[in-house]
Design a protein around this ligand. Structure first.
Ligand code: ADP
Length: 600
């Protein structure tokens, strides 16, 4: 796998001030030092606070050089922090400098490693000022590199990887360019739920479902804004996409469930945490087969045209410009614009200002593909439809820390301890209701049906005990105790749960219109986790046809250009069903790869 670095400057003053508080260092072994020595030779350890806790490093120096840096302990998120853990120590050693750039998408981890190494070097008597001023690679010449391939894929999230694998399976050589230092996009941060009507699992569970029902719920759940041809293609190919993923080695659990805003129990959950299963599956295929090359840190800036056909891309790499010529076509799979506050504000019509609302998205979700497609005349549709979830972490906006295991077994209460919405409703309905509550804040409340023991994990690979220890979830042996823990009125909470339990017992619809129930909330311990609105998905984007070919403003196909995933519009309408995104990116990523390989 070829990797080209691209990154941001580090050591922001504020961050250093925060991090420095938690830095601890110690020296394990030194020797006598000569007069012109830069360091006291030896091995030193130090720690600094990363994203998920302390990062401990061990730094070995001789009198003149930093010889080795080991990360001894850390709790950073796999996949996301890996590029920082792999590259920062190497960059410090290669450049003999502390002035290395943070890795995009992993800046907190990068900063913490640099800070811990700085502390260790202080213990070694190094001149921190001089080492922090010396820039690595200042004299590196920038050069333009050119490649030629059959299919170019822009973006290494779920849609781009599906397109790359599919194009290769259909006989094409592929180059995929990803602007971040890692693959995975939003898939790797997601809970992994993928909707498909499943003749095997749903039948075993006694769940009635049909492709028509999936179609209707998708179409009507998006207020009939979506394109019926695209939705039909989507629902019909969702289960074949599950089988395709399984044929590539992906494992799903034997039971399906209802994911937040999914409206029906048809969500497949990968057997491995988060969305890692999808990305690992695609990467395993790419590693095992010649003919798919991944360029990381390669930010595509422009589509190259010749005689009205898209024939390649231009990108910025770490060491200069990259041009990739595509014999057959280019697939845009750059995701949405949930992390681009300006774009959100430009297109948002349905929500109050979104400027202050955080996002579940990875930082690369900045709408680049939409702008590039626009520049070559593509038709952009439904951009005003931006999805918010009621499930953001109050501090970060991320999905992590969400304690719900599925829709049926939990309720939401506001700061008064009262329910306020059908918790099985559409995502926009739930989020609008949440925005009307005090401080737009709620608690998810559930019981041991969701966590039979403390080591049971949520959909984000966090155990309930860990979340409690981190102060991100709360526990009570009675509802009164839980109410006291979270500071809501105990009578209200008890009443809310009792009313909920009555409907579970008698069945039917409750006062909020809720119809999805399984167990009563009656089995201690009881748990609660705080949640706020967060920007999650942008439904609009590039218009495509059912072959994932990009259409121009006159409805004509732009030759050589294909798109898939969140960068496209037309499938989810005004509101996306939970669990439909991972299905969409597998279905249309696969189709886009096939179409591009065939030069359709
Ligand atoms: P999807 O779910 O449709 O796959 P994601 O947002 O998960 O969308 O993934 C999109 C990927 O595309 C991300 O990994 C993102 O970093 C990458 N990307 C976005 N813009 C560019 C660009 N200009 N050049 C290369 N990669 C990009």
């Amino acid at each position: 796998m070829k990797q080209l670095l691209n990154s941001k400057r580090v050591l922001s003053f504020m961050l250093c001030m925060i991090l420095i508080i938690s830095v601890v260092g110690c020296q394990s072994k030194t020797s006598e030092t000569s007069e012109d020595a830069m360091f006291k030779a030896g091995t030193y350890t130090a720690t600094a606070l990363g994203h998920n806790g302390d990062i401990k490093v061990e730094v070995t120096v001789d009198e003149m050089e930093i010889k080795d840096i080991k990360i001894l302990e850390h709790n950073e998120s796999p996949g996301i922090a890996d590029p920082a853990i792999d590259r920062i120590p190497k960059a410090i050693i290669d450049g003999q400098t502390l002035a290395v750039d943070a890795i995009s998408g992993a800046t907190i981890t990068s900063d913490a490693i640099i800070l811990a190494v700085t502390e260790a070097i202080k213990l070694a008597g190094g001149d921190i000022k001089a080492l922090s001023e010396k820039k690595a690679g200042e004299n590196t010449a920038r050069e333009t590199v050119e490649y030629t391939t059959d299919v170019v894929v822009i973006g290494g999230g779920g849609a781009g990887l599906a397109a790359a694998v599919s194009a290769h399976q259909n006989g094409a050589e592929v180059i995929l360019l990803e602007k971040m230092p890692r693959l995975g996009g939003n898939t790797i941060l997601s809970g992994g739920a993928l909707n498909a009507v499943d003749p095997v699992r749903q039948t075993k569970q006694g769940i009635e479902d049909s492709v028509d029902k999936h179609f209707t719920q998708t179409y009507e759940g998006g207020d009939k804004v979506g394109n019926t041809d695209l939705i039909r293609t989507f629902v019909e190919n969702a289960y074949p996409a599950v089988e395709w993923l399984e044929s590539l080695g992906m494992k799903f659990n034997d039971e399906v469930f209802t994911v937040l805003g999914g409206l029906w129990p048809r969500a497949h959950k990968p057997s491995t945490p988060l969305g890692t299963g999808f990305i690992d599956t695609y990467e395993a295929y790419i590693n095992a087969n010649e003919g798919v090359e991944i360029l990381l840190d390669a930010e595509v800036t422009e589509l190259l045209m010749s005689d009205g056909r898209v024939v390649g891309v231009k990108a910025n790499g770490l060491n200069g410009e990259i041009i990739v010529h595509a014999n057959n076509g280019v697939v845009i799979a750059t995701g949405g614009f949930g992390a681009n506050v300006e774009m959100r504000d430009q297109y948002n019509k349905n929500w109050p200002a979104l400027t202050q609302i955080k996002t579940t998205n990875h930082p690369g979700a900045t709408g680049d593909g939409i702008a590039m497609a626009d520049a070559v005349g593509a038709n952009l549709i439904d951009l005003e439809h931006i999805q918010l979830l009621p499930m953001g972490d109050p501090k970060t906006g991320s999905l992590s820390g969400n304690i719900e295991q599925g829709v049926e077994n939990r309720i939401f209460v506001n700061k008064d301890g009262n329910r306020f919405v059908d918790e099985g409703a559409r995502r926009d309905v739930m989020t609008k209701a949440l925005l009307e509550q005090q401080d737009a804040f709620m608690w998810v409340v559930l019981d041991s049906h969701s966590y039979p023991s403390g080591d049971v994990k949520n959909n984000f690979n966090e155990s309930i005990d860990e979340l409690i220890a981190q102060g991100r979830a709360f526990k009570g042996d009675t509802l009164e105790e839980l109410a006291n823990e979270i500071g809501v009125d105990a009578n209200n909470l008890i009443n809310a749960v009792e009313e909920f339990n009555k409907t579970v017992e008698k069945g039917g619809t409750d006062a909020f219109g809720r119809t999805l129930f399984a167990d009563k909330i009656d089995s201690p311990p009881y748990y609660a986790g705080a949640r706020v609105p967060t920007v999650h998905h942008t439904m609009g984007g590039i218009e495509i046809n059912t072959s994932a070919q990009v259409l121009d403003v006159n409805g004509k196909i732009i030759p050589g250009l294909y798109a898939a995933g969140e960068v496209t519009g037309g499938i989810h309408g005004s509101n996306r069903l939970g669990g439909n995104a991972l299905a969409d990116i597998a279905v249309f990523g696969r189709i886009a790869g096939e179409s591009a390989a065939a030069k359709k």
